[in-house]
Design a protein around this ligand. Structure first.
Ligand SMILES: *Cc1c(COP(=O)(O)O)cnc(C)c1O
Length: 392
């Protein structure tokens, strides 16, 4: 059966070139970067090259990059690290309502520990409104965390403008850029961020590797103590093959990003428009055009369950996601769609397709050929759909 992968916001295949370099650093150049012999020095040199590659993709200096076990750890390190570096206990944190669980739950954990938390609302397109940021800031605000683009609906946030407001106030500004790094230009100077989260496996690198950009001078406390790797900010023997693979993935992303984004935008709009043309009672979630990630398609198809759609698509070899990969398995509707004002029913019928490097026009045609039949079959069992159809 033909298989079509349209879930690149959950993870991506490792690029062949990346896989090859990882293999070499597992089996041939396997030294511990902390060792002083030639094996260690060889690994250390490659590790530092990778740091340079990661840094240059986001306009940072290599010494501002700390490698972690992924986006989740980088988000935790940013938030817990800023809280831990605070002089006094407690304080005020601000996050947006559409953050990834790695930010949301870390902030909620701190709220349980005595910190105060303000959650910024978003508009119907899933975008944080600037005046809400100014209103939420307080004298005791220590951290503001707003993601660069949302993983479910692809909404790109006005980070540069938020950064300006936060900087004027003097709080630390963290941005989860897992979904934008390597897809659209990310420059830490232009965006005015203090901390920025990245993950390798969303950009054709390996799973279990990520990084936190920490602007020079920003103080954070460590989560892991021990061997004083990563300038004592993240102890533990480095995942050298993974980090080197991450570096390679960043280098490839820098080379391919512009061309790839253009291609993906065309496929994205083909799929979005095709769904709206072929299926009735459909709502596009998230903004259109340049405020949307080049690879994101998210629609609510009324009178069907997102989970049933996913299963039917899966039987045809098509891999998509209902909202967020992290929430599948639970039947709670996505917090992102609810924050955008969708009802539980409409949120439940939502479907995310996230496109990637290998997708083609034929893939999109294939989905557009089969999705309408699937929806029709599922709706045939829905009394609500029949009622709504009669009214029209
Ligand atoms: C995937 C993702 C993460 C988590 O990254 P991991 O490397 O899988 O831990 C964090 N934030 C966003 C926006 C993501 O899409």
């Amino acid at each position: 059966m033909r298989k079509i992968y349209l879930d690149h916001s959950a993870t991506t295949p490792v690029d062949e070139e990346v896989a090859e370099i990882i293999r070499i650093y597992y089996t041939e150049k396997y030294g511990n970067p902390s060792s002083i012999h030639s094996f260690g020095r060889e690994a250390k040199k490659a590790l530092e090259e990778a740091r340079l590659r990661v840094a240059s993709l986001i306009g940072a200096k290599p010494e501002e990059i700390i490698f972690t076990s992924g986006g989740t750890e980088a988000d935790n390190l940013a938030i817990l690290g800023v809280a831990g570096a605070g002089q006094s206990k407690g304080g005020h944190l601000i996050i947006s309502a559409i953050e990834h669980h790695a930010v949301l739950e870390t902030a909620e954990y701190l709220a349980k520990m005595g910190y105060e938390l303000t959650i910024l609302p978003v508009n119907a397109e899933g975008i944080v409104e600037l005046d809400s940021v100014g209103k939420a800031l307080r004298p005791d605000t220590i951290l503001v965390s707003v993601m660069h683009a949302n993983n479910e609906v692809g909404a790109i946030q006005p980070i540069e403008e938020i950064g300006r407001i936060v900087r004027e106030h003097g709080a630390v500004f963290h941005v989860d850029a897992v979904q934008t790094v390597g897809k659209i230009p990310v420059d830490v100077e232009k965006l005015g961020v203090d901390l920025l989260t990245m993950s390798a496996h969303k950009i054709y690198g390996p799973k279990g590797v990520g990084a936190l950009y920490i602007r020079k001078g920003v103080r954070i406390s460590s989560l892991l103590h021990g061997g004083s790797q990563e300038k004592k900010r993240r102890s533990g023997t480095e995942n050298t093959p993974g980090i080197i693979g991450f570096g390679k993935a960043c280098q490839l992303a820098a080379q391919r990003m512009t061309e790839e984004a253009e291609k993906l935008k065309k496929l994205r709009d083909m799929l979005l428009n095709g769904i709206v043309e072929r299926i009735d009672c459909v709502k596009i979630n998230g903004p259109l055009g340049d405020l949307r990630l080049p690879n994101n398609v998210n629609v609510s198809i009324n009178f069907v369950e997102g989970e049933s759609l996913l299963l039917s698509l899966d039987m045809l070899g098509i891999a998509a996601s209902s909202g967020s990969a992290c929430t599948s398995g639970s039947l709670d509707p996505s917090h992102v769609l609810l924050a955008m004002g969708l009802s539980h029913e409409v949120a439940h019928g939502s479907l995310r397709f996230s496109l990637g490097r290998q997708n083609t026009v034929e893939d999109i045609d294939h989905v557009l050929e089969h999705l309408p039949e699937i929806v029709e079959r599922l709706r045939a069992m829905s009394p609500l759909y029949h009622q709504a159809a009669k009214k029209k």
